[in-house]
Design a binder for this molecule. Structure first.
Ligand code: FES
Length: 64
């Protein structure tokens, strides 16, 4: 679980593959993985409607 602050109007790319070195954010590592393994991971895009702090988690993340 990660707590992140989202700023109103800003777009965020959240990692769905678990390979990013910048978790919870996507660093495009999924592109190389998809090429090698025939998978179709994509980041989850979030545009904050207001400035908020959220708790976020994914079953693919190996973080605590
Ligand atoms: S690096 Fe994981 S979705 Fe982009």
């Amino acid at each position: 679980m990660k707590k992140i602050k989202l700023h109103k109007g800003k777009k965020y790319s959240i990692c769905a593959c678990g390979l990013s070195k910048l978790l919870p954010f996507c660093d495009n590592e999924h592109r190389e993985y998809n090429k090698k393994h025939g998978t179709n991971y994509k980041s989850v895009k979030i545009i904050a409607g207001e400035t908020v702090s959220i708790d976020i988690n994914s079953s693919t993340w190996n973080i605590t």
